[in-house]
Design a protein around this ligand. Structure first.
Ligand SMILES: [Zn+2]
Length: 315
């Protein structure tokens, strides 16, 4: 027979253990977790045709454009809800597709924890910059709706920034928009957590950033693809986001922070585009099609060429 004190201690431990766990879980859930969701649309679920993705092009029916924007808005809502449910305490949700302007504002969920950026360049403290609010207070970068870089085989609408760019490298590594945006966030040491897109975008991510969680929602070539229906896509994306947040908490996530100074090269499709870009200050022309620049900060990843970054001049 056990002495009474042992018994009561055991009983106490037995009753206290779940309380400790619950307290720990509660602490984990209330811990500040601010995420930046930078949304493109080409890789978003349900966008299966060029007409849906680039709905501003000539001849696209109004209904196709509106339907695509509705699908996109629904996906943004579902992902935001998933991130909050998985423990995010604050979200910045940015629409970057074609510079922004695709979300149907009145159909977005309103929540005091969500800040919407309807365009990817905006004002912060009275100054224009790319991705306002992306700074050292952000705990993770998510890139949903993204697409593979230019010339990727088996990819839906692969491109990098615009149709003049054939290849973009940072310190010798060829990257697309996924790498460019992750590099920009690397300036503030923001861990890169998640990509949602077609299979090719997810593969590109896994090869270049093996720690990042990816959710493939479609598969296709050039101007047409097939994929998950909205409900299944939202579920898969929610699962990916939760996994990414778990990975962040487990210390598995890191920023993409190329060594400085960064050497950037850009190969243009045409000589004319290369000649024009070579006129910018500090840009070296390596050959007919290729430019090179050296920059001293990850935040200048495209600023040397496009002016997009921090401290942008007034529009
Ligand atoms: Zn894009």
């Amino acid at each position: 027979m056990l002495p009474d004190s042992t018994l009561s201690r055991r009983r106490l431990l037995r009753t206290a253990a779940p309380l400790v766990l619950t307290a720990r879980k509660a602490a984990a859930q209330t811990r500040k977790l601010k995420l930046f969701l930078h949304w493109d649309m080409d890789g978003s679920n349900g966008i299966f045709t060029r007409e849906q993705a680039w709905y501003w092009e000539n001849g696209v029916p109004e209904a196709t454009a509106l339907g695509a924007r509705q699908l996109f808005t629904d996906s943004v809502n579902a992902a935001s809800q998933a991130a909050l449910k998985a423990g995010a305490t604050e979200l910045i949700v940015c629409d970057t597709h074609h510079g922004g302007g695709n979300l149907i504002r009145e159909k977005l969920i309103t929540d005091p924890r969500i800040t919407y950026l309807y365009r990817s360049v905006g004002l912060e403290n009275g100054k224009r910059r790319w991705m306002p609010g992306l700074d050292q207070t952000v705990d993770g970068l998510l890139l949903p709706g993204h697409h593979a870089k230019t010339f990727t085989p088996g990819a839906f609408l692969p491109h990098t920034w615009n149709f003049e760019w054939a290849d973009f490298t940072i310190n010798g590594q060829s990257v697309g928009e996924i790498g460019i945006e992750a590099c920009y966030a690397g300036h503030w040491n923001i861990p890169f957590l998640f990509v949602q897109g077609d299979e090719a975008a997810c593969l590109e991510t896994r090869i270049q950033f093996p720690w990042v969680v990816t959710t493939a929602v479609k598969r296709g070539t050039t101007e047409f693809c097939t994929g998950l229906d909205p409900q299944a896509a939202h579920q898969a994306t929610a699962k990916g986001i939760a996994e990414a947040i778990e990975g962040l908490r487990a210390g598995k996530m890191r920023p993409y922070k190329p060594k400085l100074p960064m050497t950037i090269t850009l190969r243009m499709r045409t000589m004319d585009a290369a000649a024009k870009a070579a006129q910018r200050p500090g840009v070296l022309r390596l050959d007919d099609h290729t430019l090179e620049a050296r920059v001293g900060s990850q935040a200048e990843v495209v600023k040397w060429l496009l002016g997009t970054g921090l401290d942008m001049p007034p529009a």
